[in-house]
Design a protein around this ligand. Structure first.
Ligand SMILES: [Zn+2]
Length: 241
């Protein structure tokens, strides 16, 4: 499985907001500014056919209209490939509202004809991987989605934004790599912290953890720990696992 870390940061930091590309065509989250981040990393955006969205917050889905706008010529050329969007009903409403507000007529057209919304509870897509949903806890937000992605004998977990909850531990127990929220030094009811990650590392010693959604300060402190299974990367990193 190929993993590209498009963004490893969060809103007020130098790094791009968190977004991950899998096998060049499955995108996890589309935060504000992500289209430009992908262009800077020479990603072939036309190849992206599946978008998995963790939750409705702006720094996870506000660039969706720009993705559709970018692909508009592709649609016009008659390629009948839909963009599959896997998410919950609340985020689906947000995305539809964003498309209405964006004034990109072409994105709207694309949505009507070519977006295939798939509810997290009934995901049936992708020939090369299997995608499973696992609910997270992100303060009071109604739906926060974590995912497990499996290809052959490798599996990765993606938490999106979450506190340290049962869902995180459940994913951690099932995967080889966990790409997860590590926003803070100390976790709270919205986000995980270094303290939570250290606990996970103790409980799952074989698990490789790739933190994302990191504040700059958190990133710098975590680097000092020099733990073998805590893999701290910068934006643009590509891994084959
Ligand atoms: Zn959030």
């Amino acid at each position: 499985m190929k993993i590209q870390l498009i963004g490893t940061g969060t809103i007020p930091d130098i790094a791009n907001s968190a977004s991950i590309l899998i096998n060049d065509h499955i995108l996890f989250d589309m935060p504000n500014g992500n289209l430009k981040a992908m262009i800077r990393q020479n990603i072939d955006i036309m190849r992206i056919d599946t978008l998995i969205i963790s939750h409705t917050h702006a720094d996870h889905c506000f660039d969706v209209p720009f993705l559709l706008w970018y692909k508009k010529d592709y649609y016009k050329l008659g390629y009948k490939l839909s963009t599959k969007i896997v998410t919950d009903e609340l985020t689906k409403d947000t995305v539809e509202n964003l498309i209405d507000l964006s004034y990109f007529g072409s994105a709207k057209e694309a949505e009507k004809e070519f977006i295939d919304f798939q509810d997290v509870n009934n995901i049936k897509i992708c020939d090369d991987v299997e995608i499973l949903n696992e609910p997270m806890l992100h303060r009071k937000i109604k739906y926060a989605n974590g995912y497990i992605i499996k290809e052959n004998h490798v599996s990765i977990g993606l938490t999106g934004d979450t506190s340290y909850c049962e869902g995180v531990r459940k994913i951690a127990s099932k995967v080889d790599y966990l790409i997860c929220d590590m926003t803070l030094m100390l976790g709270n009811d919205s986000h995980m912290g270094i303290d939570n990650i250290l606990e996970l590392m103790e409980d799952y010693p074989n698990l490789k953890i790739i933190p994302i959604h990191m504040h700059d300060k958190t990133r710098n402190e975590a680097k000092k720990l020099e733990k073998d299974n805590l893999l701290i990367y910068e934006d643009g990193k590509i891994l084959e696992v």
